[in-house]
Design a protein around this ligand. Structure first.
Ligand SMILES: Cc1cc2nc3c(=O)[nH]c(=O)nc-3n(C[C@H](O)[C@H](O)[C@H](O)COP(=O)(O)OP(=O)(O)OC[C@H]3O[C@@H](n4cnc5c(N)ncnc54)[C@H](O)[C@@H]3O)c2cc1C
Length: 718
């Protein structure tokens, strides 16, 4: 806890202690105020402004520090200043006091509580973002909720100060009016409880929940209106129909079947989707073969004579297919049918919110989960169709290694493939329009990967925008044809010759041709299906998961989303779960691998988050040295002075595996001290996690305590 926080806490503690030690509470009782009414009236008559100002300040202090007595003071306002002046004073003083109390809670507690209960607080924050004003209004109007508790809880959320102020003032107005009015007849007031009758309490409660109910009602009406133009079947063939049997669809269907729902999974192409057939699996198989070739090139570093890998590229690509075939049974029709999923191979077409056509048959369903994935995006480059360019969809069909290859795109897919293809013998030029490749990571991380690629011979052209493809000398298909990519950089034109062009500039969601347009399902500006926190589209029984819905395009996020969509589709009537993106890891499988979880330094800066960076240089790690892989870094982002992990980037061999320790730590709120205090096997790469934690500890060792024990040892020696 920072010094300023400790000082503020100490001040509040002193005020509270003073209040009780001096027994100031005796002046904030009904009897005392009643007994002093004549004196108070005299004071107000003599010095109205001074007394009003003093009253106002004391009221602000009492509410800001959450001392008991605000209700009595409100009564006193009626007695001393009359209804309207009393109302004016109390309304502003209570709102200012409440806002200060909320800000104190935010300043002192929010960071710690948010880190400890990150997931829960994130959920509350989302609710507050959406309808925070409504909730606050309800809480304020229902006098059953203690005001100090509301201030404390709201301080932990991200509600804005102006919203808090205005809603609090309006929300507390009715209650304040009742109390100030009662105060004008102070002599008749017997007890505080008697001021608000049960009927009045109920009216307030109804008034409080009304806006919230109203908003819910508007949401329901809006959702109903979307569905109104469709005929709803009386009964349904299925509980859920899942469209697309990729990473998202397979998991969604499996969850429905596991909890005994009736589900049909529809796939128009290959079971397993992109990950198995054209994405993760083939790319990682290719990367493995390419790594062996690169390791052989590095033979002398490991004590061997120079080795040249002797291979046929077609065999490497056949191996890639063999790996796909080996994994295929995990996602096969037979396996899923065996697990209780009805699988239909054919193109799905959504006919209505409750019916889907496949192979000429119309199936009715209570819910639909769309998991149709994404496809490579091909940018509008002039004349690109003049060459048989490759994408991640058809790269796996080639059997001849192109001599010169251009990989267009500096994202994870382009960078992984550029390195792998170069290692297997192609002369690769990577072209990226941004100032650096892997631009999602911090600049120095991008540079590490660039350096590694360039050291192996990949030509990395950043700040280059591809404009046109030229086919020179002869026509397409003729022997002497020559392909050139025209790119511009700072107004300068550059021509790069190539034999094969691989386009890897991003992926666009598959949202057309299967009924979404006809239904009018909402699409975001990025072209993905628009879903809410529960993964529902504007049709509340139609859900979107995986690449088609974003915001991440990974296999593990697709299956993560699938759980939420499936459970909400089946049980949402009773309880809905908001998808949780708080701890999402990913990895780019270059050599060295780049893995990340949480925020990067660049993101911390962009989001104005106070942070501290701790790094551990992998070059110092014994195991990395033994493996000739002594390069890379562990970079940890923490709040200043705290061991809470906000984000980690690892650049190292096996970074994708190593990051899991930090993923677990972040998910369960464990700090760097816990990682440092955990035994890691020597000599392993995993030790780099512990050493990064130790680096943080070294920076934060308690100097004063060490000084003290140093003196103690000196005294013992003397
Ligand atoms: C080269 C490459 C490497 C990658 N490497 C990784 C990696 O290492 N790690 C990682 O996490 N992610 C990786 N990804 C991303 C990963 O493949 C995707 O995020 C993941 O496949 C998304 O799963 P999904 O279920 O959303 O969609 P998909 O897997 O694309 O599945 C969608 C399915 O829907 C089917 N479909 C579409 N329309 C219809 C219709 N109308 N009727 C019936 N069926 C339909 C399609 O045929 C397809 O099978 C990689 C991607 C690529 C291209």
């Amino acid at each position: 806890m920072t010094k300023s926080r400790i000082a503020l806490l100490a001040l509040i503690a002193a005020l509270v202690a003073g209040f009780f030690i001096l027994d100031l509470g005796q002046y904030l009782t009904l009897d005392y105020i009643k007994s002093q009414q004549a004196q108070l009236d005299g004071l107000v008559a003599a010095q109205p402004l001074v007394i009003a100002a003093a009253y106002f300040l004391i009221y602000v202090l009492v509410t800001a520090v959450s001392l008991p007595g605000a209700a009595i003071m409100t009564l006193a306002a009626g007695a001393m200043f009359g209804l309207w002046w009393g109302l004016l004073l109390v309304s502003f003083a209570s709102t200012i006091g409440a806002t200060l109390a909320m800000l104190v809670a935010r300043f002192v507690l929010r960071d710690q509580v948010s880190r400890r209960f990150e997931r829960q607080i994130n959920g509350i924050n989302k609710g507050v973002e959406r309808e925070g004003a409504f909730y606050l209004f309800t809480l304020r109007l229902v006098p059953l909720f203690p005001f100090f508790a509301i201030n404390l809880i709201m301080g932990l959320t991200k509600i804005s100060v102006p919203v808090y102020f205005v809603v609090s003032q309006v929300g507390m107005l009715a209650g304040t009016l009742v109390f100030v009015n009662a105060g004008t007849q102070l002599a008749q007031v017997e007890s505080l409880a008697g001021i608000i009758s049960p009927e009045l309490l109920l009216s307030f409660a109804l008034l409080g929940v009304f806006p919230l109910l109203g908003k819910k009602l508007v949401d329901i009406v809006r959702a109903r209106r979307v569905l109104a133009r469709w005929d709803k079947p009386k009964t349904f063939d299925r509980d859920v129909i899942v469209i697309g049997a990729g990473s998202g669809g397979l998991v969604a269907a499996l969850i429905v079947a596991t909890v005994k729902g009736k589900v049909t999974l529809i796939e128009k192409h290959k079971m397993g989707g992109d990950c198995l057939n054209t994405g993760c699996v083939p790319s990682k198989a290719l990367i493995r073969s390419a790594k062996l070739a690169a390791d052989m090139d590095r033979g002398p570093a490991l004590g061997f004579r120079k080795m040249k890998p002797d291979f046929d590229f077609a065999d490497v690509m056949d191996r890639v297919q063999r790996i796909i075939k080996t994994i295929e049974p995990h996602d096969s029709v037979e396996r899923f049918e065996g697990l209780g999923v009805n699988v239909a191979i054919g193109e799905a077409k959504i006919l209505s919110p409750w019916s889907v056509e496949v192979n000429g048959q119309v199936l009715t369903t209570r819910s639909i989960i769309i998991a149709t994935g994404a496809a490579p995006f091909v940018p509008p480059i002039k004349n690109i169709e003049a060459v048989d360019y490759l994408t991640s969809d058809n790269l796996w069909d080639i059997r001849e290694m192109p001599g010169r290859m251009i990989v267009l795109g500096g994202g994870p897919i382009g960078t992984e493939l550029a390195q792998a293809l170069n290692r297997l013998g192609s002369q690769v030029t990577q072209v990226e329009m941004a100032p650096r490749i892997m631009s999602r990571e911090d600049p120095e991380i991008s540079l590490m990967v660039t350096a590694s690629l360039e050291a192996e011979g990949v030509k990395v052209l950043v700040n280059h925008t591809a404009r046109e493809v030229l086919v020179e000398k002869g026509e397409k298909g003729e022997k002497d044809e020559k392909f050139l990519l025209v790119a511009t950089s700072d107004g300068q034109e550059k021509r790069v010759a190539f034999d094969q062009l691989l386009v890897a500039v991003g992926r666009k969601a598959n949202v057309t041709g299967f009924g979404l347009e006809e239904l009018g399902v909402g699409i975001t500006q990025q072209g993905t299906i628009e879903v809410d926190d529960y993964l529902r589209t504007n049709y509340l029984n139609i859900y979107g998961v995986g690449d088609v819905a974003g915001p991440y395009q990974f296999t593990h996020t697709a299956s993560h989303m699938a759980w939420f969509a499936a459970v909400n589709a089946l049980f949402g009537t009773f309880w809905k779960f908001a998808v949780d993106y708080s701890v999402i890891p990913w990895c780019t499988f270059t050599s060295p691998e780049v893995a990340r979880v949480g925020i990067s330094e660049t993101e911390a800066q962009a989001q104005n988050i106070a942070y501290e960076v701790t790094t551990f240089d992998v070059a110092e790690l014994d195991r990395a040295l033994a493996d000739e892989e002594a390069h890379g870094v562990v970079k940890v982002i923490t709040p200043p002075g705290k061991d809470t992990i906000l984000g980690v980037t690892i650049v190292a061999d096996h970074a994708g595996d190593l990051i899991s320790e930090y993923v677990l730590a972040m998910k369960y709120g464990l700090g760097l001290k816990k990682i440092m205090g955990t035994i890691h096997i020597y000599p392993t790469l995993a030790e780099m996690n512990k050493f990064a934690a130790s680096e943080w500890r070294k920076k934060h060792k308690p100097e004063w305590a060490l000084e003290l024990v140093g003196r103690y040892h000196a005294w013992r020696r003397s």
